[in-house]
Design a protein around this ligand. Sequence first.
Ligand code: SIN
Length: 521
Amino acid sequence: MMLKTLLLHRTTTIHSLRCKFNTIPHREMTTGTQSIVSRLKSSGLLQTKGLIGGKWTDAYDGRTIEVNNPASGEVIASVACMGEKETKDAISSAYEAFGHWSKLTGSERSNRLRSWYNLLMEHKEELGELITLEQGKPLKEAIGEVGYGASFLEFFAEEAKRVYGDIIPSTLPDRRVLVIKQPVGVVAAITPWNFPLAMITRKVGPALACGCTVVIKPSEFTPLTALAAAELALQSGIPPGVLNVVMGDAPKIGNSLLESTQVRKITFTGSTAVGKKLMAGAAETVKKVSLELGGNAPCIVFDDADLEVALKGTLATKFRNSGQTCVCANRILVQEGIYEKFTSAFSNAVKDLKVGNGFSEGVVQGPLINEAAVQKVESFVQDAISKGAKVLAGGKRHSLGFTFYEPTIIGDVKNDMLIARQEVFGPVAPIIRFKTEEEAIQIANDTNAGLAAYLFTNSIKRSWRVSETLEYGIVGVNEGLVSTEVAPFGGYKQSGLGREGSKYGLDEYTEIKYICMGNLG
Ligand code: SIN
């Protein structure tokens, strides 16, 4: 089974197959970056090799990939560019380690996960710096991601002790019907660049909690955070082979993971296009699959909304991580009675957002991940303008250059424009005007995506009515930031399969076994 699309992107961009993925002109490190990098090196957190069976391992053919700082084009490090052979060895290590790890008690696994959580929290500043360096988000937001990412380990450390089964009343007097839950086996976790830590822990936390072992393939844009997290996992006493990391040649790694009969589950966060290919690829060996794919989140502001709450919530959901999350509002639907007031206040607020290098004081909007991402945003904005939409704020590349784009608001958008049909994954807020609640719901549901939706209203009745009618897996009512380890994260329709986080997240990593005890009479 060939996986032709590279697994590099949350977007659908297809890259040529090389071990050099940087798309921005690269430069040597400045003194500021050098000092952060040397501090990370001396703390042992700057790892550049893959992790196989508990050993830091170079690519077998010695190839490497450069990792760039998207804010400056600086080369931060070169990491191993691995392929098929390394992936096969990582799978074998995970398979071997499964025998021991799955037999530990829930409480023993819980202790290891809790130690890993403690280490992530102890190193949250350094991990935050690493995230800002390779992903670009502002340092405060990056440190926030460490707390968010670590929370999945804490939550699933607790859940490890609660992988309950069932006893079902039998239909026959001499029988007993029992259900136990068992770990699915070796898990392949393919993770994106937009949350280089949290998307790993949200998968690995529940997998390890119930006794699975894992091969992680992080994004080649942000492998350093994954490797640092793996180093801390080793330090926390998680045994060799339980957690492996391979990165580099994405199609080769992807194909090896898909083809292996030892890999029993594939979990992926990324673009819908790649998710569909993985799902098709997993069919050959009938793996369990969970997919957290693209969204097209509507954010509906009704006339009866509290303007301040709606502004704050919309800003938060749209501009988190410079618009690079799959739950970012992708379409802002505003009712006609509040349209002028809302758009003018929203445009003013957006003009105040400070853009820059994530290490600079007061910056709340970092760069986009790469040049391809900026070009995509530009093409969506141009398409909207050419079809009659109006730029109310921003609308072009930022004068800082590189991959910075101005926080942008576009008014008079129609739901059939490209920007409303596809995920923009950048700091652009398209505003669509509507008249009635029915019309808003019709527009909101008119998409193949169904991950997150938001609504702002002061009516309790409307909150329930609209929440229940929206075809989305997550609904924020008068709230723009909804992600938390205790709630199920996942989508309807083509936004994916399965749920991450919460008690439901554990089910994705277990098999249900029915044991029939007969002839007890
Ligand atoms: C994502 O963008 O894939 C995840 C966002 C979140 O966890 O809030």
